[in-house]
Design a protein around this ligand. Structure first.
Ligand code: UD1
Length: 420
C-alpha cells in the first residue's frame, strides 16, 4: 500500500490545472450502455474510480480505454448484464449501470452496495424510481435483480435530493415509453453534465438545471463525443490547501459558478480571490477568520469539501462549526486530525474546530476519499513530518495529487509501505 510522507510548513505557490469531474465522469460513463457504438469522453480524470468503472464496463462487454484524458468506450457488443460484488464494493457508483441496462435490455443484476465509512448510504430511491417506471425488482442473495418488458414513463418524486438516484432514474427514463416527470431532482453540476450529454445523444429532456426534469422517452440514442465538466471538489481542495498554507495559487480550468458557496466562505475567512473566466487566483496572508459551514445539496456548500474546511480552520483565530446535513456522521477524520494536535469537539451532526493550535507532524490514516484530502491539507500546515497511510483512498478522486502539490512547492512524496 502507498503512503505519503509530508514535511509541513511550505506555502503553496504557482498554478494548477483542474481535472474533469470524477463524479460527472462516473455518471457519464454508463450512458454508453444506452446506445451501441463508439463514445469519446474528453477531459476524463485519470484516477482510480475511473479505472474501476472502466473495468466494470469491461466486464459487461464494453471496450473502455483511457488514453491520456480521453476515454474511449465501444459498446457495440454487450455480453453481460451483471455488476458483481467485487466491483460494487470498491465503488458505489457501480449501481449506475442498473438504470441503463434495464432501460435498453430489460434486465440487470447489480450487487447491493454495502455501508461506507461515513454512515449509511441506502439505494432505496434508485429502486423506487425504477419501480415507478415499471421495473420489477427483487433482492436475492445480496443482488438487486431488475426486469421489465419496457419501462413506461411516470411521475416520480425524490423524497430526498439524491445525486445517484437522479442519475439512475434519468438515464432509464430516456428510453422509457412515454413521458416522465422527475420532481425534487438533484441540481448538482454533475447531474446537469449528464443531462446535457444525454440530450446530445438524442434524449428529449427539459428543465435541465432545475429540480423538475421532463423527459419524453425515445426508441434509440446515439453515441457521442463529450467533454467532462471541471471537478468542483478538486478545485475546492486546492483553493482550501492554498489558503491553509497562506499561499498564492492560480487554478485553471475551473467553473467558478459551481463553487460559488466555497469562494464566498474563503472570502469570509480572509482570502483574496480573483476570478477571470475559467481561472481563479487565491492569495492568503494571515491566519483565517473562523467561518462556520453547513454542507447541504447544491448550490450550498458541498459535503465533499467539509473535511478539507475543518483542516483549514485548525489555524483560525477562533472556533468554527462544521455541520453536514447530507451525511450527519461524516466526521471520521476528526480523530486523525487530533493526532496532529487539533482540538475538535464532535456532536451528533457537527464538529467544532478550535483554531490557533500548534500542529505537529504525526502518522495518520486515511479513511475515505475526502477525509484523506483533509489529512493532506493538515499535514501541509503542521510542523515536522507526517505520514499519511492508505492513500489509495485519495487516488480514487485526485489525479497525481502529490505531483501537483510538489509543483506548487509542497514537500510531499509517495512511498510504499508494508501494512497488514
Ligand atoms: C454523490 C456523490 C458523493 C457526494 C454525494 C452528496 C457521486 C459518485 N458521489 O453520492 O461524492 O458526497 O452525492 O453530494 O456522485 N439517499 C437515500 N436513498 C437513496 C439515495 C440517497 O436516502 O436511495 C440519501 C443519502 O443517504 C444521503 C442523501 O440521500 O443522505 C444524498 O445522497 P446522494 O446524493 O444519493 O449521494 P450519492 O449519489 O451516493
Amino acid at each position: 500500500m502507498d503512503k505519503f510522507i509530508v514535511e509541513g510548513g511550505n506555502r503553496l505557490v504557482g498554478s494548477v490545472k483542474i481535472s474533469g469531474a470524477k463524479n460527472a465522469s462516473l455518471a457519464m460513463m454508463p450512458t454508453c450502455l444506452l446506445a451501441p457504438g463508439v463514445f469519446h469522453l474528453e477531459n476524463t480524470p485519470n484516477n482510480r474510480d475511473v479505472w474501476t468503472f472502466s473495468r466494470l464496463l469491461g466486464s459487461l462487454g464494453v471496450h473502455a480505454e483511457l488514453n491520456g484524458n480521453t476515454l474511449f468506450m465501444d459498446s457495440s457488443t454487450i455480453t453481460s448484464f451483471e455488476a458483481p460484488y467485487e466491483h460494487v464494493k470498491k465503488m458505489r457508483a457501480s449501481i449506475y449501470v442498473l438504470g441503463p441496462l434495464l432501460a435498453r435490455y430489460g434486465h440487470a443484476k447489480v450487487s447491493l452496495p454495502g455501508g461506507c465509512n461515513f454512515g449509511p448510504r441506502p439505494v432505496d430511491l434508485h429502486l423506487k424510481g425504477l419501480e415507478k417506471l415499471g421495473a420489477e425488482i427483487t433482492v436475492e442473495g445480496g443482488y438487486i435483480v431488475a426486469q421489465t418488458k419496457r419501462l413506461k414513463g411516470a411521475h416520480f418524486h425524490f423524497d430526498i435530493s439524491s445525486v445517484g438516484a437522479t442519475v439512475n432514474v434519468l438515464m432509464a427514463a430516456t428510453l422509457a415509453e412515454g413521458h416522465t416527470t422527475l420532481t425534487n431532482a438533484a441540481l448538482e453540476p454533475e447531474v446537469t453534465a449528464l443531462a446535457r450529454m444525454l440530450q446530445k445523444m438524442g434524449a428529449k429532456i427539459e428543465g435541465i438545471g432545475t429540480t423538475t426534469l421532463e423527459i419524453d422517452g425515445v426508441d434509440v440514442l446515439k453515441p457521442v463525443t463529450e467533454v467532462t465538466t471541471p471537478d468542483r471538489i478538486e478545485a475546492a481542495t486546492y483553493l482550501i490547501a492554498a489558503a491553509a498554507t497562506k499561499g498564492d495559487v492560480t487554478l485553471h480550468n475551473v467553473n467558478p459558478y459551481h463553487i460559488a458557496a466555497i469562494i464566498q466562505k474563503l472570502e469570509e475567512a480572509g482570502a483574496e480571490l480573483d476570478v477571470t473566466g475559467e481561472t481563479i487566483r487565491i492569495t492568503m496572508s494571515d491566519d483565517p477568520n473562523p467561518v462556520d459551514v453547513t454542507a447541504a445539496p447544491y448550490p450550498s456548500y458541498p459535503t465533499d469539501a467539509q473535511a478539507q474546511w475543518a483542516a483549514f480552520m485548525l489555524h483560525a483565530k477562533g472556533a468554527a462549526t462544521i455541520k453536514d446535513t447530507i451525511y450527519p456522521t461524516r466526521f471520521g477524520y476528526v480523530p486523525e486530525l487530533q493526532r496532529l494536535g487539533a482540538r475538535i469537539e464532535t456532536t451528533e451532526n457537527s464538529c467544532t474546530v478550535h483554531g490557533g493550535r500548534r500542529l505537529t507532524g504525526a502518522t495518520v490514516m486515511s479513511s475515505d476519499l475526502r477525509a484523506s484530502a483533509s489529512l493532506v491539507i493538515a499535514a501541509l500546515m503542521a510542523e515536522g513530518t507526517s505520514e499519511i497511510l492508505r492513500v489509495y483512498h485519495i487516488d480514487r478522486g485526485y489525479e497525481s495529487i502529490e505531483q501537483r502539490l510538489q509543483a506548487l512547492g509542497a514537500n510531499i512524496v509517495r512511498s510504499r509501505t508494508e501494512e497488514f
